[in-house]
Design a protein around this ligand. Structure first.
Ligand SMILES: [Zn+2]
Length: 330
């Protein structure tokens, strides 16, 4: 749970939560609604820690209670997760029986239901009964992509808290803070929709291979060598894997955009900061119209990837167009 990022990226939700605590007007049920990757689960843990931490400035994020909330090992915190395709009545029953155990500690109890819109009708009805008899100091946090898919009676008993999709720059700064390198963070933030996806992507080692392959092609061009030859030397091993090819084209697109940003002196948008020398040399050699033509070809290949094109041939043609330095009819 990253409270600083939460406060910065989800101001509205953060303020609603803070205000209900400050005014001592907590609702027994909340619906945290928003896109995947919008920090809803972090916010739910923050809410739980605020309730369960016994320090004045809760959550202190350092005490035994806060740590157990963070690790989801606090006995007064229960998380219902989707196991198969829907959340069923037994999942809600499990929650109820857990909360009736004597092993619980004194004080508030919190349960979080992830993907709450995946509760089937029986589960929703069981939950509704649970909500209708609010045990003192028991709080429900329902996380949802779309709260309208839940029973109106559940919706009306809950306070809705809106979460918004994180911007690319927010994802990028979170990745940087987590220790990833700059170029990798910038690329992953642009190529993936959520922070979690971006992190998974960066942990799947091969992004560096893609960057190396694209860099080798542009370096070759900048040195008056053949892009086509460099491409086959560096990228041949990647072409057998559809997913890698799709990402490789994305990396090329971002590199090509950097050439354009370099031309218009918009350095702040550039991703490959360490390639500034190559980019300057290529910009001295090729006109803007050529960069745009190549970018268009790349975008076309990206679209046509879905329709079983011959990828090798399409990429060979792209490399030949790069080598020729002028628009080339396919
Ligand atoms: Zn604490």
């Amino acid at each position: 749970m990253d409270v600083t990022q939460l406060r910065e990226n989800q101001k509205e939700a953060f303020n609603i939560i803070e205000n209900s605590f400050r005014r001592n007007r907590l609702s027994h049920a909340y619906i945290f609604e928003g896109d995947a990757g919008s920090m809803k689960f972090d916010a739910a843990l923050f809410f739980a820690a605020k309730l369960l931490c016994k320090h004045d400035e809760a959550p202190c994020l350092d005490c035994h209670d806060c740590r157990r909330v963070h690790n989801i090992t606090h006995p007064n915190l229960y998380v219902v997760r989707l196991k198969k395709t829907e959340i069923v009545k037994d999942d809600i029953r499990g929650l109820q029986s857990e909360f009736s155990k004597t092993a619980l500690e004194e004080g508030p109890k919190v349960y979080i239901i992830e993907q709450a819109e995946k509760m089937n009708a029986y589960a929703q009805n069981a939950l509704l009964k649970f909500l209708e008899e609010p045990l003192s100091e028991t709080y429900a946090i329902l996380l949802s992509l779309d709260a309208d898919k839940m029973l109106p009676t559940i919706q009306s008993r809950s306070q809705r808290v809106p979460f918004h999709r994180l911007s690319e720059s927010s994802i990028e700064s979170m990745l940087l803070e987590a220790g990833y390198e700059q170029t990798q963070s910038k690329l992953a933030a642009r190529m993936q929709a959520t922070y979690e996806d971006a992190k998974t992507f960066l942990n799947d080692v091969y992004l560096d291979e893609l960057i190396d392959a694209a860099s080798a092609v542009y370096d070759a061009l900048a040195n008056d060598e053949s892009a086509l030859v460099a491409f086959h030397r560096e990228a041949d091993g990647l072409l057998g894997d559809k997913e890698k090819v799709a990402y490789l084209i994305d990396v090329f697109i971002h590199y090509q955009k950097d050439l354009i940003y370099g031309k218009i002196k918009n350095q702040s948008q550039m991703i490959f900061a360490e390639a500034v020398d190559t980019i300057e040399r290529l910009n001295a050699r090729f006109p803007m119209s050529h960069h745009i033509d190549i970018l268009e070809r790349m975008l076309t290949i990206k679209v046509r990837l879905r329709s079983h094109i011959n990828v090798r041939l399409a990429l060979d043609n792209l490399m030949i167009a790069l080598d020729k330095g002028e628009p080339n009819e396919e």
